[in-house]
Design a protein around this ligand. Structure first.
Ligand code: PLP
Length: 389
């Protein structure tokens, strides 16, 4: 189906019909699959005949999702996982061994930082964190045993943009690989593999589902990297995606482009309103010309995304007043939902960082992050205006 446009692939790619010729994708809630004979079972197990064996390995609904997402990211291969974190775990443990090294942007998702800091060193894998926007720091961190560069762009919550093509070049010059967590943009806005990245990881929990229903994840890239060794790791370790969650996400992909366009349009409008508001000291949104990496964002992604962060003028007290005055926007850390959400990063997602580290990361006490959903932007503005006073 590679000749079709994104919107068509999002609706049609990967669909396989059973003998019943169902129109909507079938949901195969089965843990295993039966064989015609002992010899047939042996052929399936040996791989001599392709086909389903057991849902930790393969499942028709999960396979449809993998094929559709691969088409959207223009990837040779995709493997679905139980969550975004298991996608990152599979990527790292599939590719690296003890004695090897990762260089990562310091603004990664909180659980990714904890995984890299608390668990990988136990296995002899070291991680160096750098400022994602400073090429000199990336270069200085490279070592002969560096196997992987890892970034998330735009970053959370300050929406910093990192140069995927430049990082891919740096990785390849050192015989390493670049993995991009494409959760915030999704393939509807940004295609890291086309920019030179080797791997894309997703938390499908966010925009790919799009309605805050299920957890899921995926790793995408060249067949040689995904099939062996990342899929092998997942099959042995077990955090594969459930068919039910795959089915929900598969249906979510059908509306991905439309939803992302609406999230981006709403976020831009809200960011422009916030930037003009007298009580807002600073607004962070890649689609605003005032954003420090606005030009790079325009090159690298097709729109600014759905996340807007802003600093209110009187620190934590005024930020909490804005949160507590919301009647519409949900107070929750999730994002990528039809429902808009608001978080105070300094006391939630980044609350465990020591104050000095938090300040270094730019997480001020007055900072708020809004993940713009699909409601009317005028209603969202009114909701925030109440607390801004
Ligand atoms: C949520 C998130 C993850 C983790 O995904 P889960 O599905 O919650 O495991 C990883 N990266 C980013 C950028 C996220 O927002």
């Amino acid at each position: 189906m590679t000749d079709y446009d994104f919107e068509t692939l999002a609706v049609r790619a990967g669909t396989q019909r059973s003998q019943f010729k169902e129109h909507s994708e079938g949901l195969f809630l089965t843990s295993s699959f039966v064989f015609d004979s002992a010899a047939h079972a042996a052929e399936r197990f040996s791989g001599a005949e392709e086909g389903m064996v057991y849902s930790r390995y393969t499942n028709p609904t999960v396979a449809m999702l993998q094929e559709r997402l691969a088409a959207l990211e223009d990837a040779q291969c995709c493997i679905a996982t139980a969550s975004g974190m298991s996608a990152i775990l599979a990527c790292v443990l599939g590719l690296l061994r003890s004695g090897e090294h990762i260089v990562a942007a310091q603004t990664l998702f909180g659980a990714t930082v904890q995984l890299f800091n608390n668990w990988l060193p136990r296995l002899g894998i070291e991680v160096t964190f750098v400022s994602g926007t400073d090429p000199a720091q990336w270069r200085a961190a490279m070592r002969p045993n560096t196997r992987l560069l890892f970034v998330e762009t735009p970053s959370n919550p300050l929406t910093e943009i990192y140069d995927i093509a430049a990082l891919a070049e740096l990785a390849h010059a050192h015989g390493a690989q670049l993995a991009v967590d494409n959760c915030f943009c999704t393939p509807a806005l940004q295609r890291p593999l086309a920019l030179g990245a080797d791997l894309v990881v997703h938390s499908a929990t966010k925009y790919l589902d799009g309605q805050g229903r299920v957890l899921g994840g995926a790793v995408l890239g060249k067949r040689a990297l995904i099939e062996e060794p990342i899929t092998a790791f997942l099959r042995n370790a077990g955090p594969t995606l459930s068919p039910f969650n795959a089915w929900v996400i598969l249906k979510g992909l059908e509306t991905l482009k439309l939803r992302m366009q609406a999230h981006c349009a709403g976020a831009l409008q809200l960011a422009q309103w916030l930037e003009r508001h007298p009580r807002v000291k600073r607004t962070f949104y890649p689609g605003l010309p005032s954003h420090p990496q606005h030009a790079l964002a325009q090159r690298q992604q097709s729109a600014g995304g759905g996340i807007v962060s802003f600093v209110v003028d009187a620190g934590r007290e005024s930020a909490w007043r804005v949160v507590d005055s919301c009647r519409l926007i949900s107070i929750t850390a999730n994002l990528g939902d039809a429902k808009s959400t608001i978080t105070h990063p300094a006391s939630t997602t980044h609350g465990r960082l020591p104050p000095a580290a938090r300040a270094a990361a730019g997480i001020e006490d007055g900072l708020l992050r809004v993940a713009v959903g699909l409601e009317s932007v005028r209603d969202l503005e009114a909701d925030l205006a109440r607390g801004l006073g």
